[in-house]
Design a protein around this ligand. Sequence first.
Ligand SMILES: [Ca+2]
Ligand SMILES: [Ca+2]
Length: 240
Amino acid sequence: MEKVSAASPRGFTLIEILVSLALAGIVVSAMLGVYITSSRQSVVQDQAIVMEQNLRAGMRFLTSELKMAGYNPAAIEAGLSAPNEQPAIMAADATGIYYIKDDNGNGATDDLGDHVVFRFYDGSSLGYQEGTDSADGDGDGFPDFADTLDAVAEQLEGVEFFYQLDDGTQVLNPAAAQRAEIVAVQVTLVARTAWEDPRFVNETTFTGPGGTVFYDPTTATDGFRRRMLSTLVKLRNLAI
Ligand SMILES: [Ca+2]
Ligand SMILES: [Ca+2]
């Protein structure tokens, strides 16, 4: 009589295979879950690091350049209080500034680098450009050379230039006569991550010192992480 011994080789039953597959499935999905969570966290962290670096690099460049507004050693030597007897700040509004300096100290302000523009553009970038003169074809106060800008910071929510006059007043959009009174600029940059974090709702309000509302969660919320950086740049060449 044939008898199947317990030790004899045999195949797996369908139930055994299904149970094994189910167990394997649970293990794999648990591992996948851990992997997805950790990779999502690292993407979020990477994005936050990129945002922070972009913001700091942009601010560093802007502040070191802006400090030189009105720099004019020849004019100071000649006893002139205003560089080349004209205001060093040629245009200034809440999102842009155009100023003159004698970059190479040769006594003239028509060399490359003597005219400088910083401006927020394309809704997400802080642009920089240098030129040699004030030619302004469209009459918007900013020179033609600044019609094309190089980005010094990207993925920005916005920028704010808040001007401090020598009587202590602070204005976002100085009138022409006030431009000669500017002694410092409170520069604020707000950056945001490239992508929204689907598991994050940003409920922080971002408002600049001058009142610019960059993000207002009471109006609408999203999942972008944001970072605001604000620095007071003293224009030492203009604070005479
Ligand atoms: Ca020069
Ligand atoms: Ca123009």
